[in-house]
Design a protein around this ligand. Structure first.
Ligand code: FE2
Length: 426
């Protein structure tokens, strides 16, 4: 007798299987499981996936759109200035309330692991205090990984570096940075070396906002790759955004990409945000604001889509749905071949799990019993439709359910004929 069986679902690899769960673990994945369970979910014809994973978010700022005013220019720099006002008037309670509300949205879409950058610039470190509380509060259903992020630069403020160390000492998991926002290119390169050494010395992961600019000469990713190689950080290190690579000289990129591949580091582009933030100083043609995704993947560099922002000083929309992120990324990176479309689904699930270093992630015996049942027939269809999440299971518990949208389709014309929108329609 199991606690839960998810019956007849189609896994992302196309295999049809029953999944048996006991406690917080998957204990069997087989074509048919005859045993009984306290609860059974019929997933026949539905896609059953491991949960969505977001390796890049800003939860201390989320759901604050319009506070204290909107970003009129739509630029990264006005967003940073706006956040600089908000972070000093927001209380710990404000940030906890907004972040927990966001986590509830996320859980309802099947997004059950999130890496969030936490601004460590203000000496009060209220954001760190708030996000540590949120991490503990949502732990039963969301794995939250915190990054010590000196939003205003490691060296631009008197206490920037000290506050990163304080945040790490308070229990923040990952070392962050923003070299392109330091005062000079030299300061930026120095910050990369400094932060990589801090991560190596402490045995922590490293994830830098890196070259989030349209400047083709912003080349901190080169230093990052070299330092990752020097310290042997490998896939424990990531470069987020990397938008300058869009504008770099092609010859230089032909030297850069093998260096990144050699280091073993990961890349995290954030298509919803950078398609709107970048190119704001261009007339026409306007640059697209996305790094070279397919070119990095061709060299074996792990590239995962990140969400970055929802309703905050940098982005006025957002849904907490990683399929929206994959959908935008697919378009901007022109990943329209069938294998590329399917890869976009992996870029919000298994690839991101690898980037975050999640243990026991997946749909196999022994894995954590977290999964999502989608009203779609396969991963590409899920990206196309961004369909209902019929059930979300977190650590063995069914935490969210959504009815199928069949009723509307039946009213539309052929009751009993069109069962659902996706390819498994009967
Ligand atoms: Fe970011």
């Amino acid at each position: 007798m199991f606690d839960l069986i998810v019956k007849g679902g189609t896994l992302p690899n196309g295999r049809v299987a029953d999944i048996a769960i006991a406690g917080d673990r998957i204990v069997a994945v087989e074509p048919q499981i005859a045993a009984t369970a306290a609860r059974t979910i019929d997933a026949t014809g539905d896609l059953v996936s491991p949960p969505f994973v977001d390796p890049h978010f800003h939860m201390d700022a989320t759901l604050s759109y319009g506070l204290p005013r909107v970003n009129a220019s739509g630029t990264l720099l006005e967003g940073i200035a706006l956040w600089g006002e908000l972070r000093d008037i927001a209380t710990v309670e404000d940030m906890v309330t907004r972040a927990v509300a966001y986590c509830d949205w996320a859980a309802s879409t099947g997004l059950l692991a999130i890496r969030t950058h936490v601004d460590t610039t203000p000496d009060h470190l209220r954001g760190v205090e708030a996000m540590l509380e949120v991490k503990a509060r949502v732990a039963p259903y969301i794995d939250l990984q915190l990054v010590a992020f000196p939003q205003d630069g490691l060296y631009r403020t008197a206490t920037g570096r000290a506050n990163v160390i304080r945040a790490l000492d308070m229990g923040v998991d990952v070392v962050g940075g923003i070299p392109h926002f330091e005062r000079t290119m030299q300061d930026g390169a120095d910050s990369v070396r400094d932060l990589a050494r801090i991560a190596a010395d402490r045995g922590l992961m490293l994830d830098l906002h890196c070259d989030e600019t349209d400047d083709p000469h912003s080349r901190h990713v080169e230093t990052l790759a070299a330092e990752v190689t020097r310290h042997g950080l490998g896939a424990r290190a990531a470069g987020s955004h990397l938008t300058s690579m869009h504008s770099m000289d092609n010859y230089y990129v032909s030297k850069l990409l093998p260096l990144i591949a050699e280091s073993g580091m990961c890349a995290i582009p954030n298509p919803l945000i950078n398609i709107t933030l970048q190119g704001r100083h261009d007339t026409y043609p306007k640059r697209r604001g996305l790094t070279r995704v397919k070119e990095m993947q061709a060299l074996g560099i792990p590239v995962g889509w990140g969400q970055d922002c929802v309703l905050d000083p940098w982005y006025s929309l957002g849904t907490a749905d990683m399929l929206d992120v994959a959908f935008m990324g697919l378009h901007v990176a022109q990943m329209t071949h069938p294998t590329e479309m399917a890869r976009c689904f992996e870029m919000v699930t298994s690839v991101n799990a690898r980037i975050m270093g999640l243990a026991d992630y997946g749909l196999a015996p022994g894995c954590v019993a977290s999964l999502v049942v989608l009203d779609a027939g396969n991963p590409t269809e899920a990206v196309r439709l961004r369909p209902a999440r019929l059930a979300v299971v977190a650590k063995g518990q069914v935490i969210s359910e959504t009815p199928r949208g069949d009723a509307a389709l039946s009213i539309a014309g052929r009751p009993g004929t069109v069962r659902r929108r996706h390819g498994a329609a009967t």
